[in-house]
Design a protein around this ligand. Sequence first.
Ligand code: 2BA
Length: 108
Amino acid sequence: MKLIFAIIDNDDNAAVTSALTRENFSVTKLSTTGGFLSTGNTTLLIGAEEARVEQAESIIQQYSKARTRKPTSDTSLGKGLADSGIPEEIPVGGATVFVLSIDKMSKY
Ligand code: 2BA
């Protein structure tokens, strides 16, 4: 059994989640915040048999787009850096995916 953490853009959330659930993956969505931009993103938790991890990753990859975001004065990137040449556009995504081995999964 594996646990997939997939950090995706909020704009890809609906497409990625519905494609995963259509293929019978169980998904938990967490509202998260990127440390660099301090803007919202979505983290998906997916518990899956090892044999299905590649399929889940390929769905996540298919529906996650690379895009750019403008940093705002609210982002941690901008704090205290007003004169230090903050880039106008920051590349974000597609998805950042971590796959962890888990010892046990139970449902009670
Ligand atoms: P944020 O931390 O808000 O980062 C947004 C984008 O800013 C990143 O896109 C990357 O292009 C840039 N960035 C982040 N940290 C940077 C740094 N220290 N120096 C220069 N540029 C930096 P992505 O790499 O696609 O990441 C999108 C989101 O995925 C991140 O949002 C964060 O929430 C998560 N993430 C990415 N890599 C991670 C990691 N190694 N561990 C934990 N979370 C990660």
